[in-house]
Design a binder for this molecule. Structure first.
Ligand code: NZQ
Ligand code: ZN
Length: 390
């Protein structure tokens, strides 16, 4: 097991009516003036923004609103949020939405405490500044940003989408009411399930050998996703299935499922270039295409690890040929994503062979070269993996 540090300061309020406690909990924590940050329309349409506003009012907390975060959030709105925080003496940020809203809120929380342009933090990865405290009302289980140390933001002008990690931006509160996810369209539910599953794959396949305590947690979360996915897709208002998935999505990415390991994250890097190329590409859908392609390309580094995964998650019986067993595990993974309604080729995402060359320079900027840990990848390897996914 590798050395590690693990910080997880998030206070979770989970279950029916969780969002009604926003005002009381933030008041207890000393919030006086809150920026309520949200997405396109779902949270407004469902009445959630009004309910959260009423909860803040009842606790005597002033609040201003900034909506309009798009999926694959963009730096322009972040800058607007920074301006509002600085001019309005905002002392807490409340993100009401999914990964995109939370990531935008995290970027704002950093930007509000620095003098430079907020994008510089994504370039320099600086950590020596304060960060405004963040609370989250989660509406889609997927990215795990409600407890993670990461934010991922696009800069359309530069054609980039890149991450910034800082333990100080981990949310202080996450209000998680599974009922808020009943309205998710099937595609978003499925993309979320795919993303959380891939957060486990990124951790399970690296260059560290077995770490049983971490591996067993990781595998049990994979099995939970596989068991709950058909239930939630067949019956979107199944509270129990929604609740299990919501909590699983958090556990997949707050960090515990990877402690003691190096982790890999090559495939997330490959996917972020797709979403930078075309912001209409949903993160989970891009991963559904890229992960099996990455697996095919790298499995020969350690086929036994893939065979073990196939047995533990898909119940595959060893054939005596470990390479064949590894390939079967990869097939099962692709079929699982397809069973959720996810795409299996780049063509389905509108990405063509000619696009590959366009993505490589920004991939190198964002990830550095070589990247990944299970197999160290050069840009030529990345191009081959994209080709396998065509
Ligand atoms: O904008 P609205 O109208 O709210 O619609 C959203 C959006 O279109 C909709 N939605 C959310 N909750 C809903 C709902 N529709 C109906 N009912 C509800 N209850 O869902 C759509 C997708 O929302 P988004 O926030 O984009 O989804 P997700 O949580 O998957 O976040 C994706 C973003 O997170 C990043 C991704 O790269 C992507 O930009 N990630 C962030 C990570 C992190 N911070 O740790 C890690 C991840 O690996 C990921 O990279
Ligand atoms: Zn992800």
């Amino acid at each position: 097991m590798e050395n590690f540090e693990f910080v997880s300061p998030t206070h979770f309020v989970f279950g029916r009516g969780a969002e009604e406690q926003v005002g009381a909990k933030l008041a207890e924590a000393g919030a006086r003036r809150v920026l309520v940050h949200f997405g396109g329309e779902s949270a407004r349409r469902s009445g959630l923004i009004d309910r959260v506003g009423a909860s803040l009012d009842a606790a005597g907390i002033e609040h201003i609103e900034l909506g309009g975060v798009r999926p694959n959030p963009e730096i322009t709105l972040v800058r607007e949020g920074v301006r509002l925080c600085k001019e309005g003496n905002v002392d807490w940020i409340l993100a009401v939405g999914g990964g995109s809203v939370i990531d935008s809120a995290k970027a704002i929380a950093n930007g509000a405490c620095v003098d430079c342009d907020v994008w510089e933090l994504f370039e320099t990865k600086a950590l020596d500044h304060d960060v405004l405290p963040i609370a989250v009302v989660l509406t889609i289980p997927a990215a795990g940003s409600e407890a993670s140390k990461n934010t991922v933001v696009s800069n359309d002008e530069l054609g980039r989408k890149t991450g910034y990690a800082n333990n100080a931006q981990r949310p202080k509160f996450a209000f998680m009411n599974p009922e808020l996810t009943f309205t998710l369209p099937p595609f978003q539910t499925a993309a979320g399930l795919t993303d959380m599953y891939c957060h486990l794959l990124e951790r399970f396949f690296d260059d560290v050998g077995a770490v049983p305590v971490t591996d067993n947690l990781n595998l049990s979360l994979m099995n939970t996703i596989r068991a709950e996915a058909p239930r939630v897709l067949a019956d979107p208002e199944n509270y129990d299935a929604r609740a299990n998935i919501m909590w699983t999505g958090m556990l997949c990415h707050q960090g515990l499922a990877g402690v003691g390991r190096h982790e890999d994250w090559a495939t997330h890097g490959l996917e972020h270039e797709l979403s930078a190329l075309d912001p209409a590409i949903t993160h989970g859908a891009g991963l559904a295409v890229m992960f099996p392609a990455w697996m095919e390309y790298v499995h020969s580094e350690n086929p036994a690890r893939f065979a073990f995964y196939g047995q533990a998650v898909f119940g595959l019986v060893p054939t005596g040929d470990v390479n064949a067993d590894a390939l079967s595990a990869i097939d099962e993974t692709r079929s699982f994503f397809a069973s959720l309604g996810m795409p299996t080729t780049l063509a389905e995402l509108g990405v063509e062979e000619a696009d590959i060359e366009k993505m490589l320079p920004t991939l190198a900027q964002n990830k550095g070269v070589p990247f990944g840990s299970f197999k160290k990848l050069a840009l030529e390897d990345a191009a081959e993996i994209y080709k396998l996914a065509l």
